[in-house]
Ligand binder design. Structure first.
Ligand SMILES: *Cc1c(COP(=O)(O)O)cnc(C)c1O
Length: 398
């Protein structure tokens, strides 16, 4: 058993009490550095161990067993808590493992209000698994704040939204939802996978808990599956810590190290990806074969102004619709640089057809209602040369 979250002998003074407090970019660049006072290792060691020898009877180094706590994972968890401005951070084997653990906060008969059109896997986990355990769910249009209010009932325990819904890129009014959640005494849970703490810190807006699929921007290289949760209060940190150990879906040390490694370049990657995404979106708009482009970074996109009110960036994921379904197959077949693959947020650009992939588990009616047509493509823009990406799209659309 672990008593409290261990605090290994680390040099965190700079970030805990430094004057002036380092900015986020600095925090990111130095993610996990100088944590090992014994050797001075600049990079966090990978503690590839299942268990820890105790110094004596009834004694502990602060680490007993790596499911409960592991030093490498602890550095990542502390780093993420600091980045999000939370009282605690927790690392899991995947984004969905993180969500599974968060859902362990609830019990049969509890009611969750969920923004519709979210990540397909999230909806599958809620509808196909947790609904069987008695969790009641209401899905609401992402942007309709009034509807959330009227959906709240006596058994409502939480509101779950994504910072930017996927693939249609709508944005919920997070400050209004935070106020609503506070007033109603329910938790506001925000999946911030699409923006990361570099662009959005929901806890500072009054959210209670933030989820990240670290498989996306945080790790950033399409080579890790990982999930992160950060929480606003010490009370929630205690509950999440208990559930993390009880459910056991923890992140392995090697993967924790890879996420820390990814964080170091997050700021640079995001800036470049956003610049590229805007260039690609602007170019796509001018193509006759493209009937619609959605990218919150476009100044006249419906999500631009709502997002600009509380976020510092617009992401690097865009969606576009082509003129007919046959073109989708041709386009996918002809792309050479941009890979046809699930996932997003990495240094390499990826394209998907949401109706066939990420949102295939929705019924056609649901997809139609959400605007996920067969002609819709989702593009996650990487750090390649924007001209090369545009040239690849140009030859594939021709
Ligand atoms: C990918 C993703 C998830 C799930 O994360 P995994 O790491 O794949 O389990 C959850 N939410 C969003 C928004 C995602 O993009």
């Amino acid at each position: 058993m672990r008593s409290s979250r261990p605090d290994p002998n680390t040099q965190d003074a700079l970030f805990e009490s430094g004057e002036p407090r380092p900015r986020l970019t600095t925090l990111l660049a130095q993610a996990g550095t100088r944590q090992d006072t014994r050797t001075g290792a600049l990079s966090t060691p990978i503690h590839q161990t299942a268990t820890f020898a105790h110094p004596g009877l009834g004694q502990s180094t602060g680490f007993d067993y790596s499911r409960s706590a592991n030093p490498t994972r602890a550095v990542l968890e502390r780093t993420m808590a600091r980045l999000d401005g939370g009282a605690g951070g927790f690392a899991f084997a995947s984004g969905l493992a993180a969500l599974t653990t968060v859902l362990g906060l609830f019990e049969a008969g509890d009611h969750l209000v969920v923004a519709e059109g979210g990540y397909g896997g999230t909806q599958r986990l809620l509808d196909q698994v947790f609904a069987r355990f008695g969790l009641a769910l209401s899905y609401l249009p992402v942007t309709d704040t009034l509807a959330y209010r009227s959906a709240l009932g006596p058994r409502t325990r939480a509101i779950l939204v994504e910072a930017i819904a996927n693939p249609c890129l709508q944005v919920p009014d997070l400050p209004a939802l935070a106020a609503l959640a506070r007033e109603a005494g329910v938790l506001l849970l925000v999946d911030n996978t699409f923006l990361t703490p570099y662009w959005l810190r929901p806890l500072e807006l009054g959210a209670d808990l933030v989820l990240h699929s670290a498989s996306k921007f945080l790790a950033g290289h399409n080579d890790v599956i990982a999930g992160i949760v950060t929480v606003r209060t010490a009370e929630l940190a205690d509950r999440l810590g208990y559930l993390q150990n009880a459910l056991g879906a923890v992140l392995a040390p090697q993967e924790a190290w890879l996420v820390l490694r990814g964080l170091k370049t997050l700021a640079l990657r995001l800036e470049r990806q956003q610049t590229n995404a805007l260039a690609v979106a602007q170019w796509l708009r001018r193509q006759p074969a493209v009937v619609q482009v959605r990218y919150p970074g476009l100044p006249d996109d419906p999500s631009h102004r709502p997002l600009a009110r509380f976020a510092e960036g617009f992401g690097a994921v865009l969606a576009f619709e082509v003129d007919d379904a046959a073109r989708v197959e041709r386009l996918i077949g002809r792309l050479r640089l941009i890979a046809y693959a699930e996932s997003l947020g990495g240094v390499e650009s990826l394209i998907t057809v949401p109706a066939l992939q990420t949102h295939a588990n929705l019924t056609r009616e649901e997809r139609d209602r959400l605007g996920i047509r067969d002609t819709l493509l989702r593009l996650s823009v990487g750090i390649e040369d924007a001209g090369d990406l545009i040239a690849d799209l140009a030859q594939a659309l021709a």
